[in-house]
Design a protein around this ligand. Sequence first.
Ligand code: CAO
Length: 250
Amino acid sequence: MSPSSGLYGDLPPWPEVDFAAFGETETVPLSRIQKLTAGYLSRNWLAIPQVTHHDEADITSLDAFRARLAEDAGARVTPLAFIVKALVEALRQFPRFNASLDASGQSLIVKKYFHIGVAVDTPSGLLVAVIRDCDKKGVVELAGEIGAVSSRARQKGLPMGDMVGGCMTVSSLGNIGGTAFSPIINAPEVAILGVTKAQWKPLRDGDAIDWRLMLPLSLTYDHRVINGADAARFAVFVADVLSRPESLMK
Ligand code: CAO
């Protein structure tokens, strides 16, 4: 798909530049995954009126809690498994986020299941692994599944069946850095949660200063389906459950 073709064919043509006229260059073919992803991302970027809402969650307790949990379970547990569980709770509370517009755009299909997509950075491009029935799995089980599916994705890619049917996606750059970003919705989902690196921040507690570990949340939503106030409520809800990690151990 050319960058300007498709839905908005009346855009000016993409600039054709002889880059070599300005200095040395090298042509590197895109991988199959990168080419496919480019098409989907362009479609989703053009077709969805999307807005990103930013908030942050206090994960001071969660960080200590997950360290204890990992030690007790003898397993690796990153914040992501808690974030997936928090999303399940938020989707229950705000069912409009667990929905897709039908092909005619006239009705909303509201899902009663909780399959969460996890964006995985692989050497050949970005893949979204869908973790099924996250409402029925515990945090440790989810952490194991996310770890296993992301290594599989990096080593040999994923079959299409492992990447479809998601309700909402999480894109975590928390292992790398950043303070906020605008993730693009993975259609036909209506929202995606971006997460960047948790940072210690001084928060006022009466006359004292308390250092808290704050996790940035970047929630992109389809404005045709979700209004800004509900997006703000959704983010506040996610932040609240993340601040009470015991509540996610059900
Ligand atoms: N803040 C601080 N540290 C974080 C963190 C956060 N938000 N999220 C993860 N970390 C830490 C983890 O705890 C882990 O440290 P420990 O081993 O000491 O606990 C370390 O960072 C590495 O985590 P990880 O990346 O191995 O595991 P994960 O569960 O956080 O993420 C995966 C797994 C597959 C989502 C991730 O590796 C990945 O590929 N992310 C990129 C997704 C991407 O490219 N998104 C952009 C798409 S465009 O929207």
